[in-house]
Design a protein around this ligand. Structure first.
Ligand code: ZN
Length: 242
């Protein structure tokens, strides 16, 4: 079975539609969304509807959790706070109910899917370095973990008897005796200095992990955010991928 995974769309409809049409050409069996469909971007409602229609699994992200009022935005920066408020106003009760049904994680055989970390998924821990990865591996029961949250494609590998190693996210085939935490990057707000939308496919038969980057209409996404009155910082960063 081939699984396509998208994450951190952040209300960016232009990025989402570009990625979905690319996924369609690849003829995958299923699409999973690892959370943060909304927040920052100008089209949260349409993105939620599209993800609900196309994905067999949609996980809870911290932005969904904040929008339904379960997470304090106290520690968020001003842009994020403004975006949560704006997004709340842009969603209907139906969307809020839809979000409340999103699970924190999903496990199947030796695969685990989560937005942030297997370490207490509802606490939204980042996995940015090998030290944080070591803690996450302690909580991971499966062999392969797919996550999002940092918006940076990354692969952490833990071989028997050794500490986790990190490699930049790229195509690879996992070793049989090694465990992995695979950050699939961001569809709607990449932060690895590559502004193209990102998604990953995983083949359960061959174990191939493949990263794909997709050009999309960044200018339109930016214009819609500015027209909506969202902070300029949020739209500017789309062009630099940071
Ligand atoms: Zn995010």
């Amino acid at each position: 079975m081939r699984i396509a995974m998208i994450s951190d769309i952040h209300g960016n409809l232009e990025a989402l539609t570009a990625v979905l049409s690319q996924i369609e050409q690849q003829e995958v069996d299923t699409i999973y969304c690892l959370g943060d469909v909304i927040g920052y971007g100008a089209d949260p409602a349409t993105c939620l509807d599209l993800v609900d229609k196309h994905c067999d699994l949609v996980l809870m992200g911290n932005h969904e959790y904040a929008v339904i009022g379960y997470l304090s935005t106290e520690s968020y920066n001003d842009s994020a706070k403004i975006s949560v408020k704006w997004t709340q106003a842009a969603l209907s009760d139906r969307h809020i109910q839809l979000i409340k049904g999103f699970p924190f994680d999903h496990a199947k055989d030796d695969l685990y899917f989560v937005h942030a970390s297997p370490n207490n998924p509802g606490r939204w821990h980042y996995i940015l370095d090998t030290k944080q990865a070591a803690v996450a591996f302690e909580h991971l029961k499966q062999r392969l973990c797919f996550c999002g949250h940092s918006h940076v494609p990354a692969i952490f590998a833990e071989s028997p008897g050794g500490p986790p190693r990190e490699k930049v996210g790229h195509d690879f085939v996992p070793n049989e005796d090694t465990r992995y935490i695979i950050n699939i990057g961001s569809t709607g707000q990449p932060r690895d200095y590559d502004p193209r939308a990102c998604f990953v496919t995983f083949d359960t038969d061959t174990s191939d992990v493949v990263y794909t980057r997709v050009e999309y209409d960044i200018a339109t996404a930016q214009r819609k955010m500015l027209d909506a009155g969202l902070p300029g910082f949020l739209s500017e960063r789309l062009a630099v991928g940071r």
